[in-house]
Write a protein that binds this ligand. Structure first.
Ligand code: C5P
Length: 241
């Protein structure tokens, strides 16, 4: 995989036209675009169609969390849309993850569609030990993250979304083919509201398969030059997985 392909740019905008502009401007600089709840709720599948039409790829970040039957059906619709990667909440449970994966695989075979990669969200970075305690969950975030990662793997999911601090633990537990997508990436020392941050170089070096870049790139004076600088840094670092 080239270094460029490891970069996912978050389309955290409201309007279709703005998203289109960003896709046109950055499609040769990143490997994938992340379509999240705001943009998808506002403009729906047409943004996915647009990105596919431009021969780029989509990570549909809608974090499905529901009963197995509902999540299964949502994943099948994501496959029909032609997304490359989609995510679900591991807290939906093992049977939800397992059933959703099996139904997806069976259905896309029948429909002769490519299978999107399905990854799990374990514990949101906004949740800390005291939040868990208030919910009655008496284990630290680190333990819950580890348990949910193992459940996602056992359920046949392709990977997880993980904070920079968890990359090495997950790579060690789940092996080299497990996908790790890391958000909370900062190219400079402006931390913003992210609690657990990491630089792109460190994230890839520790074993992330993909990094999600958002404001850290879009708020830069010259985002394209920054991305090119980043590819060079990753290439010179001789990081290959
Ligand atoms: O903060 P930043 O602009 O880099 O965020 C980029 C994207 O990563 C956003 O769409 C955000 O929702 C997403 N994300 C995150 N932390 C997580 C999961 C997703 O920042 N744990």
């Amino acid at each position: 995989m080239s270094q460029k392909e490891k970069i996912i740019l978050a389309l955290d905008v409201e309007h279709f036209e703005e998203a289109q502009r960003i896709v046109m401007e950055f499609k040769d600089h990143v490997g994938m675009f992340k379509v999240g709840k705001q943009l998808f709720t506002h403009c729906g599948p047409k943004i996915v169609d647009f990105i596919n039409m431009k021969n780029s790829r989509v990570f549909l970040d809608l974090k499905y969390h529901d009963i197995p039957n509902t999540v299964s059906k949502a994943l099948i619709e994501a496959a029909k849309l032609g997304v490359d990667m989609v995510n679900i909440h591991a807290l939906g449970g093992f049977s939800m993850m397992r059933e959703a994966k099996i139904n997806l695989v069976n259905t896309i075979k029948k429909l002769n569609l490519p299978r999107p990669k399905v990854i799990a969200v374990t514990v949101l970075t906004s949740i800390d030990d005291s939040e868990l305690e208030r919910m009655g969950i008496d284990v630290p975030v680190s333990v819950l993250t580890r348990n949910l990662t193992l459940l996602a793997k056992e359920a046949g999911l392709d990977g997880v979304v993980a904070a920079g601090s968890d990359i090495e633990m997950i790579r060690g537990l789940c092996g080299k083919d497990f996908i790790i997508v890391t958000p909370g990436v900062r190219i400079d020392d402006k931390q913003g509201d992210q609690r657990r941050v990491i630089t792109p170089f460190e994230a890839i070096k520790k074993g992330a398969s993909y990094i999600v870049l958002g404001r850290t790139i879009m708020e830069n004076e010259n985002p394209k030059a920054k991305l090119e600088e980043l590819w060079r840094e990753l290439e010179n670092g001789n990081i290959n997985q």
